[in-house]
Design a binder for this molecule. Structure first.
Ligand code: MN
Length: 293
């Protein structure tokens, strides 16, 4: 049984794991860090750990659920720095390393365990694309579009991704291309219509230019856009629908967004991408912002 993150790196981790183990039908549930406790306890109501040879958890910082997952039946593989720093497990088997993606970490680790398994160029390309997207380098062609395709699926995302890319990346079909084109049009509209606010905030001896906007989709794109157009240091995207705040930054800025998101919004994440909740503390913080014409 596999539990994995619902994002591109999470579904990719599942694919890579299947390639190495050769198991075709491994049951899998996708979830998120925030929903993991609920997903796992719901699953436990109808399942027993003892009925499974092994249960894997990929690409999820579950250190706050150690009471649930610290079991000798469980293997946890993750690349998030916050997980590496805070992990306290006694019984579970773990591979926790700060890495650009969990998919690549699984590839590196399982290559050692299964030296006879040789992946195809298309499988390796898929890992490369997912890794490139998860660390948001965006140097590998189409890694960005691959993520759009995943999030454009309506329901059964994991199953559809495995159907389309479960043997590696062989290019996009016209069906995928339509999803990608539709997304670019939507982003162009959101950029035209968005309102931006800004504030200069001193943190630890330096002053940072914060820019913020509202959006309930295309969060990365909108953050990049406002950072770029208004030469911001730190970009915030507020999603009023989900009551979440996303943090992104200009590459030149040396500040850990995971820690900042934790302080401002009870959240967390990576150095370069983080998120949290739209809480009282954050609402107070937004009073420092002024609209940009
Ligand atoms: Mn990841």
């Amino acid at each position: 049984m596999v539990f994995t993150d619902c994002d591109l790196d999470g579904v990719g981790s599942y694919c890579v794991f299947k390639w190495f183990t050769g198991n075709k039908d491994i049951p899998c549930e996708i979830t998120t860090v925030n929903n993991f406790r609920k997903t796992f306890t719901t699953w436990l109501q109808n399942n027993k750990l003892s009925n499974y040879e092994r249960v894997f958890i990929f690409d999820l910082d579950v250190h706050e659920c150690a009471d649930l997952v610290d079991d000798s039946k469980i293997t946890i593989i993750d690349h998030h720095e916050t997980h590496v720093d805070n992990a306290k497990y006694n019984k579970a088997t773990t591979i926790l390393k700060t890495y650009t993606s969990c998919s690549k970490l699984i590839y590196k680790e399982l290559s050692k365990v299964y030296p006879k398994v040789k992946l195809t160029p298309q499988q390796k390309l898929l890992i490369l694309m997912i890794d490139d997207y998860d660390c948001y380098e965006l140097k590998v062609p189409h890694s960005y579009d691959l993520n759009i395709v995943l999030w454009s699926y309506k329901g059964k995302r994991l199953e559809k991704f495995v159907r389309d890319f479960g043997t590696g990346f062989y290019g996009f079909t016209s069906f995928h291309q339509n999803m990608i084109d539709f997304n670019y049009k939507k982003i162009a509209r959101l950029k035209r219509e968005c309102k931006v606010h800004q504030a200069s905030i001193p943190i630890g001896g330096d002053t940072y230019k914060f820019v913020s906007t509202f959006a309930d989709s295309c969060i990365n794109e909108m953050a990049d856009y406002i950072l770029d157009v208004h030469d911001g240091d730190i970009g915030l995207v507020v999603n009023v629908r989900t009551k979440k705040v996303s943090f992104r930054k200009n590459k030149r800025v040396k500040i850990n967004l995971g820690k900042l998101a934790n302080r401002l919004t009870d959240g967390g994440g990576h150095e370069y991408a983080a998120g949290g909740m739209l809480n009282e503390n954050f609402l107070e913080f937004t009073k420092l912002f002024q609209p940009i014409d």
